[in-house]
Design a protein around this ligand. Structure first.
Ligand code: G1P
Length: 293
């Protein structure tokens, strides 16, 4: 079955980016010319997904307003090529659900259970932007291919990170040696392990394909790290129950930017500015001037 639906969790409080995140979610921070969540929606549209559901935190309306024709000056609305609503009106339908309390990624996902219904679906974290795919949405398309080819219950996008970084991510244990493979079966997965306990340096990258079965597991998973309901913990229970879970490697050249803290955000913004077709060269010259001087 072709996958049509995606859930974009975007309900974190962005505490490490306060006060930027006092009134706006971090997913609205600009990366070059567009907010991060806009780039995530473009990626999913590129992957052929047509039904998107964004999970927002209570009282923060900025993302909803961003994709709404009715808000914003009419002059912007007149230009359908650049106005974000054109993206969603012409290619995909976007709906919103609220997560009332910040109770974790797993709990945010549960809020979208009704939207998902009984179809397989994509989860794309709204604060993780992927660039450098051979075509927009290429990573998600490869994951979809793996899901079809294996008939598995979940596919998780992963990449190798430096050992010093493993405690920032979900970390997977492969079955067999994954070296040189595009995808592999997962033997175990653990959320943000201490460096010395990490089973590998293969980190969860923020794109998942799942069957609705995950919701049954989420319902039964107790709060984990930080007192939050962790998606990783629910996936771990699935793996332990011998449900088949696969991981898909990001390819060399594919890059992932996240917005967890100010250094990550600064790097991401600089990357997008440097790659802007109109001002990229000037930005580069400016940076060279600053650093050289
Ligand atoms: C979440 C997931 C984690 C994953 C990460 C990717 O963590 O829980 O497994 O590796 O996203 O960005 P968060 O960054 O929301 O703390």
């Amino acid at each position: 079955m072709t996958i049509r639906k995606a859930v974009i969790p975007a309900a974190g409080l962005g505490g490490l980016l306060y006060p930027i995140t006092k009134v706006q979610p971090k997913e609205m921070l600009p990366l070059g010319r567009k907010p991060a969540v806009h780039l995530v929606v473009e990626e999913l549209v590129g992957a052929g997904l047509t039904e998107l559901c964004i999970v927002t935190s209570r009282g923060r309306r900025a993302i909803e307003d961003h994709f709404n024709f009715a808000t914003g000056p009419p002059a912007f609305g007149a230009d359908r090529d650049t106005f974000p609503a054109a993206l969603v009106e012409d290619y995909a339908h976007v709906s919103f659900v609220e997560q009332p309390e910040p109770r974790g990624l797993g709990e945010a996902l549960l809020r979208a259970r009704e939207f998902v219904g009984d179809e397989p679906f994509v989860v794309a974290l709204g604060d993780a932007v992927i660039t450098g795919t051979e075509a927009p949405g290429g990573l998600v398309q490869r994951m979809e291919h793996t899901a079809h080819a294996t008939g598995c219950d979940a596919v998780i996008a992963v990449r190798n990170v430096a050992r010093a970084q493993v405690s920032q991510y979900g970390v997977v244990t492969p079955i067999g040696d994954p070296l040189g493979k595009a995808h592999f079966m997962v033997a175990d997965i653990v959320e943000k392990p201490p460096i010395e306990e990490a089973p590998s340096t293969i980190a969860v990258a923020g794109r998942y394909i799942m069957q609705p079965l995950i919701f049954d597991y989420l319902e039964e998973t107790p709060p984990g790290l930080g007192g939050e309901l962790q998606l990783t913990d629910a996936l771990r229970r699935m793996v332990h129950d011998r449900e088949s879970v696969w991981a898909e490697f990001m390819r060399p050249g594919e890059r992932r930017f996240e917005l967890g803290n100010f250094l990550q955000y600064s790097r991401a913004f600089i990357h997008f500015s440097l790659n802007d077709p109109e001002v990229g060269l000037s930005v580069k010259e400016y940076l060279q001037q600053l650093i050289g001087g």
